[in-house]
Design a binder for this molecule. Sequence first.
Ligand SMILES: Nc1ncnc2c1ncn2[C@@H]1O[C@H](COP(=O)(O)OP(=O)(O)OP(=O)(O)O)[C@@H](O)[C@H]1O
Length: 251
Amino acid sequence: MTSLLELSGISKSFDGFQAINNLSLQIGEPELRAVIGPNGAGKTTFMDIITGKTKPDTGTILFGDDNRSLIGMSESDIASLGIGRKFQKPTVFEAQTVRENLAMALKNPRGPFSVLFYRKTKDGAARLDSIAEEINLTDHLQRPAGELSHGQKQWLEIGMLLAQSPRLLLVDEPAAGMTAHEREHTTDILKRAAQTCAVIVVEHDMEFVRRLNCKVTVLHEGSVLAEGSLDHVTKNPTVIDVYLGRTDAGH
Ligand SMILES: Nc1ncnc2c1ncn2[C@@H]1O[C@H](COP(=O)(O)OP(=O)(O)OP(=O)(O)O)[C@@H](O)[C@H]1O
């Protein structure tokens, strides 16, 4: 497994508060990685720094085969390198059908979805069908996205990101607000996605992380506290102390 993303010595403080503290971390390609940690550990800031939303004070971030430095790049330039982000709240075009939503994403690789019309090509149609299958929405292609359940909207948005052929997908708390059944499908979708691109999942739900069955990074006070399998990190006494033993761990 080669390294796709490499953060070294990243620090960021907000008004004197050290949110990210000398953080170093590597993600392979492809890889599925779960990032966990108590509230305020720096998980969101970590993703904001990768996507260029937040500029770090120090450190380096290298991405891709040619070790491109992401420091100083704009959010849109970083997105165009193939780094997609899925926020907690689904953002799909509610009035458009599932098919139209996916078609728009396919038509506009790695760009804003500005074109509302999709010229059907044989390749595009086959790709659309295969993504719909991947996200479990084949039977819902004709439905307006607004009619989908919360979980299905999340899947559709993941599908729209996959349509842009990302190399790295950042997914923020996908399990939140989902039914148990939807969570199960979501782990399958993320595992499948991670066969073709690197996927980083920030998640509070431990059962969900267990089902992802992947390497876990525990963040605490802006640094990596432990890394390895979920069983490995949850046996770490410091992890138990700062995170798992706390009643406020998770929402
Ligand atoms: N723009 C900002 N200005 C000031 N402080 C901030 C800012 N962004 C984050 N912080 C602080 O940095 C720390 C890390 O926040 P962050 O949101 O990255 O943690 P988190 O691990 O995502 O937490 P949660 O699990 O609650 O979402 C927190 O103490 C937060 O208050």
